[in-house]
Design a protein around this ligand. Structure first.
Ligand code: FAD
Length: 404
């Protein structure tokens, strides 16, 4: 165990809780501050690929994951217009055999709760709700965080895990608002029993159409189905606080040309939550992830489009990599944080770029769409698998042995 470091964490989302857990397990003192009055996560699902499941297993969370997640049998890709099967990737069995861990899908709240329970079982962690924080001062000996009017806490390092609109990032890198992608996400989750039998599923299904795609997969040990539809569109107002209700008719209007099984799926869901998606360009240098005694992690560092299903995954890998870097006691703390950034930034940038590219491929029209569908039929698994990502070690992010 390395000598104790006093770690301040801004934000108690998946990234912040993962940081608290990994740091506390390594014997550090952690104080985490979350601005919301309760720890909670929105009602939506996330996919957790084998690279991320391995991280959770290394923290002793494999069994807990087993009890709440679903483990889809395959990823199938279909045309949103014709319903035709375009390609598929076997997941169950194959992921374990190739990458040493299964491919899981989980309710965000279940992942969040699993991390929270594990953090609360650790010694020397304090979790403070209702506490929006701001960077007060960074000096050669430590960092000071403002936790309220005339209230400050001091620590050795600060981890900014405060999400897309991160104030810690702003203090470190200056004001550069996230990019508005022009894509909207409609999300919903229902017990599978509420869907007609033909629409229930134990697979991840991606429906690709012009300027849209829809993804459905099981969560909650297979008992619920998560559905997310991404379409092109703009919204007005303050995007940092933008989470709207919507209904099926709004979405069905966009999917008017789509095949009936897809329309039936959407029609079966009465209520949707609607998000305007934002991201940032891929990281271009390690200084965007750490400087001095401050490190950024998760969406605060590298918010991405969800088309590779890796945003939360990269936050979990970050937390793992940060702990390993902090264990290098021969180095001073700013150098350890720089190691963390050096180990992470290229992999995260590559994931950001691939997620953006996937969006263009998923939403293709005209010749690009025909080329995509033909390639999917010919190459199938070869196109859908992502060995450099699923096999990649967060500390050795781009091993030459892996293709692509
Ligand atoms: P957040 O979850 O944003 O957490 C930040 C926390 O910081 C919040 O709790 C916030 O209240 C708090 N905070 C903010 N400011 C302050 C402050 N000043 N003081 C204190 N607290 C503060 N990822 C995947 O891995 N797989 C998927 O399949 C997947 N699907 C997705 C689908 C969609 C439609 C979307 C939109 C995203 C998806 N993601 C997916 C991405 C994933 O949701 C995010 O990358 C991940 O949740 C980021 O976690 P985070 O902890 O970094 O940030």
């Amino acid at each position: 165990m390395s000598s104790q470091i006093d770690i301040l964490v801004a934000g108690g989302g998946i990234g912040g809780l993962a940081t608290a857990l990994a740091s506390a397990r390594a014997g550090h003192r952690v104080r985490l501050f979350e601005r919301a009055p309760v720890f909670s996560e929105v009602g939506a699902g996330i996919q957790i690929s084998p690279n991320v499941v391995r991280v959770l297993q290394s923290w002793g969370l494999g069994e807990a994951l087993q009890s709440v997640a679903a483990f889809p049998d395959r990823l199938q890709v279909r045309s949103a217009l014709s319903g035709r099967h375009l390609g598929q990737l076997t997941l169950a069995g194959r992921a374990e055999a190739l990458y040493g861990a299964p491919y899981a899908t989980i309710h965000r709240a279940d992942l969040h709760q699993l991390l929270l329970t594990a953090v609360q079982a650790q010694a020397d962690v304090s979790l403070q709700l209702n506490t929006p924080v701001a960077v007060a001062e960074v000096g050669p000996e430590g960092v000071s965080l403002k936790t309220g009017p005339q209230k400050y806490v001091e620590g050795d390092v600060l981890v900014g895990a405060d999400g897309l609109w991160s104030g810690v990032r702003q203090a470190l890198l200056g004001v550069q608002p996230p990019r508005v992608t022009g894509h909207l996400a409609f999300r919903a989750m229902l017990p599978q029993a509420r869907f007609p039998a033909a629409l229930r599923s134990s697979s991840v299904t991606a429906w690709l159409g012009p300027d849209l795609h829809v993804v459905a997969y099981p969560v909650r040990a297979g008992e619920w189905l998560n559905v997310v539809a991404i379409v092109h569109g703009e919204v007005q107002g303050d995007l940092s606080n933008w989470d709207h209700g919507s209904n099926a008719s709004q979405l069905l209007a966009v999917l008017a040309d789509c095949c009936s099984p897809l329309q039936d799926l959407v029609r079966a869901v009465p209520e949707w939550r609607l998000w305007a998606l934002c991201d940032r360009p891929p990281l271009s240098r390690p200084e965007e992830m750490a400087q001095g005694r401050i490190a950024l992690l998760g969406d605060a560092a590298h918010p991405m489009r969800p088309y590779l299903a890796q945003g939360a995954g990269m936050a979990l890998e970050d937390a793992h990599a940060l702990t390993l870097a902090l264990a290098q006691e021969a180095l001073d703390l700013p150098t350890r944080l720089r190691r963390y950034a050096l180990n992470r930034w290229q992999r995260c940038a590559r994931v950001q770029a691939r997620a953006e590219r996937n969006g263009r491929v998923f939403h293709a029209t005209g010749p690009l769409q025909w080329g995509r569908d033909a390639a999917m039929g010919l190459l199938g698994e070869g196109l859908l698998d992502v060995p450099w990502l699923y096999a990649g070690d967060p500390l050795n992010p781009l091993p030459a042995a892996h293709p692509q």
